[in-house]
Each structure stands twice: as structure tokens, then as C-alpha cells.
Design a protein around this ligand. Sequence first.
Ligand code: FAD
Length: 304
Amino acid sequence: MTTDDCIIIGGGPAGLTAAIYLARYHLRVRLFDSGSSRAAMIPCTRNHAGYPEGVAGKDLLALMLQQAEKYGVHRQPVRVDKLARDDDGFVIETAQGGFRARAVLLATGVVNHRPAHLLPEVHDPALERGLLRYCPVCDGYEVTDKKVGVIGTGEHGAREALFLRSFTRDVTLIAPEVEHALDPACAAKLDEAGIARVNGPCGNYAIEREQLAFDTARGRMAFDSVYPALGSRIRSHLAIEAGARATDVGCLEVDDHQRTSIPGLFAAGDVVKGLDQISHAMGEAGVAATTIRNMLSEQQPLWR
Ligand SMILES: Cc1cc2nc3c(=O)[nH]c(=O)nc-3n(C[C@H](O)[C@H](O)[C@H](O)COP(=O)(O)OP(=O)(O)OC[C@H]3O[C@@H](n4cnc5c(N)ncnc54)[C@H](O)[C@@H]3O)c2cc1C
């Protein structure tokens, strides 16, 4: 089995940025990607700098992949099933066999929890038309002065609703399952901001007259845009199983150079605690790639 300089797990904005940097450092890089980047869900990002008219997430990923390929990195559409460290570096297991590397970058991202009972045949067109949104930091501007629903409760739901209140006066927080679970301080903040509260359960979703409509305890309601605030699953299990430290919710802990608690294992992008944004993922990946390059060069000179 040959040993690569670095294996990148994940081909979203973080993984692809690292691939471009590492290949341009003349390192031997392998990129595995199971093909479910959150960026591919973005109909058109308008807050990513450099694209005044916005850019579709899939187009941005295609351009980044094209750039990585130009320097010799090929995306292998394969899921990594296991990661382990031994005396010589890392061993990676996939359905296509085992691979070795001196360093590994984990850029596996997160998966947003979707509202229960929201079927793909409604979810996907609603997402495409901006009736359903997952990231107020990214696209709160697009709902300025619109009628907005937030599906969520507790501190997380309240925080998202309050964040959106600076874009529009018309924000309703709807509990996903039954009644709201809000402590008095949270409830007081919502009241102060004029955010309406409605109990669940939510169901029977449909696109009606260019709004996303669904049943609630108060009857059928419809919104120009709906934000689920239901948390996410952090795809950090490979690193955690290998012994890396993570927060309670599973975000990988890294230092200022994107090093995890396992020597030689780095992490960048949404899988790390931080602002879940393309620019942040790219920045972390640039830092990680350069630190990987410097670490490998200390182990063995990288003379041309
Ligand atoms: C609807 C929506 C709109 C958004 N809009 C914006 C926006 O306008 N602006 C903005 O900055 N951000 C936006 N975001 C957030 C942005 O998409 C993410 O911050 C960004 O994609 C994070 O990049 P990443 O590389 O860390 O993870 P991802 O892009 O999620 O990529 C992770 C990759 O790792 C792969 N992977 C996971 N596990 C494995 C494994 N075991 N083996 C191999 N591969 C694996 C996945 O298949 C995936 O391709 C939006 C997100 C959503 C959902």
C-alpha cells in the first residue's frame, strides 16, 4: 500500500480548498467524498464574496473541483468508513480498500435535521424557491420584511427567531411537535421582540400560492419563508472513534492551526465549531493545509 502525504475526507468547500492548497504545495493528495455537501443545497448564495449576482452552490463546487483537478487532485466518490492512527501515520478504510497517509484532514461537514413529515417532494422544491431556508446568517437578507416562520422551540428556536427579527417584524416561532418548551427569560425576550408563538404538531406541508403552508395547533398557516431550527448532526464520528476530542454536541475541537487532539489529524469547515459558512470553511482549510505542509516538511524536507 502506498502512503499519500495527505488524505482529505470530504469534498465540500473546506475539503476542496485544502485540496487546491496541498496540491499546489506539490504534495501527494487523495480526496474522498461521499457527495452530500451542504453547499450543493444552496440554490444561489448571495453573501459569498466575489459573486455580485450570487452563485449556485453546485456551480461553486464544480468550479472548485475543476481548480483542484487542474493541479492533479481527483475526487474519489467514495465514503470513508474508518480512520485509525498507527506508528506510521493513518490508515483509512473504504469500500474500495485501505489507504495510508502521513496526515489526514477531516472536512465532513454536518447534516441539518429536517422537520418531521416534510416529504422530499415538497422539501426540495420549497428549498429551491426559497420558501424553505436553513441558514439565516446566509440568507436572512432575502426575507427582509417578509412573513417568516421558524420551526423550533427552546433556546435554539428562540435564538433563531430573535436573529431573524432584525430582518422582518413578522416572525412566528412554531413548536415542531407539541407545546413550546421555553423558560420565562426566553419567553420574555420573544414577547419583547413581538415574536408570535404557536404550538405544534406541524404537518401536512404543501406549497400553496408561493408560500410554504402547514398545519399547526392553531390551524393551517402559510409563510413566505420557513426556517427549521432543529439542530444538526455533526459528521465527526470517524475522528471521535479514532480518539479525537469533541464538544458535547460532536463538533471537533481544534487549535488555531486546525489541529485536532490527535497528532497529524486536522479538521476544517462545519465539522469544527464555528460559523457554518463557506468563507469560514475555506479559511480554515487554507490554515489546515499550510500547517499540514509545514508539519510534513519538518518530518522530512520537501525539496524539489
Ligand atoms: C440551504 C443552505 C443554504 C446555505 N447558504 C449558504 C450561503 O448562502 N452562504 C454560505 O456561506 N453558506 C451557506 N450555507 C452553509 C454552507 O453550505 C456550509 O457552511 C458549507 O457547505 C460547509 O462546507 P464543508 O466543506 O465544511 O461541508 P460540506 O459542504 O457539507 O461538505 C462535506 C462533504 O463531506 C462528505 N463526507 C461526509 N462524510 C464522509 C465520509 N465518511 N467519507 C467521505 N466523504 C464524506 C460529504 O458527502 C460532503 O460532500 C448554506 C447551507 C444550507 C444547507
